[in-house]
Design a protein around this ligand. Sequence first.
Ligand code: ZN
Length: 273
Amino acid sequence: MIIQKCYKIKSTMPSTEGDPGSATDRKVAESKQAPVQIFYADYSFMDETGKWHDPFEYIFTNAVSSIGAALDARERSNSYRKFQVGATSLSISDERQEITSFAAPNSKVAKQATRRCAEIKIIDRAKDSGFNFTAGMFVVGTADHKKIEEVTGKPTPTLHPCVISCLPALDESSVVLSFGADKKLQAESMEAHTARELWEIYDTDELPAERVLYDFSPESFALAHTVYLDLTESVRSSHYKYPVEARKFHEIKTRTQRSEAVVEAIYTAQLER
Ligand SMILES: [Zn+2]
């Protein structure tokens, strides 16, 4: 289903990539490709107040800033063939009940050099800091179906995390929002999947049905958030029946159900608008 309404999010960060000629310049260039932490919140205190703060809700409330951060990160990519990717995560620490966000570009300096995907850089960095679960991953890549097929084997509308290193590092209940951006660094199209759905797509030779969205406005994500709360009403009410100390485990146990609800809410909201 194609929605005609269009809301483009433009990257605002100026390009700061210099000529990586000297050793100092190369060091600066490398540090620019490292993941950058852009957001942090502690969601555990909500349990003490009695109100459940479902970390998946950050996917909706932080969507616009996360897309912007992924677009900015993409400008820092040093892909030798200009296959530029930027990503932003919403990463959770189950132990501390904290959520944070990292943004990073991909890098591959030469044909023979090792490829480092933006997503795996972020996941590794997050895990190093104790953020073990990726609730959301926003990925901005090319909108060129042919270039995508060269990399993933499937000419999908947006670039998905690769099956070699990135998908295995996600949980089946991680939500992946992937965006196709044009040369002017504007997000043009979006797809939403759970990592489990992506696994199923890359497990077969068939092409997935295209479900592309074109509305990334704050209003669209706000509506999707409302739909999500409706879809997860039963999870929410059962959550309150658990004693406070058991709610953390209930949150973890219901992730698959809630990640599917996030994807459904995003598509449903855009059909309603
Ligand atoms: Zn990858």
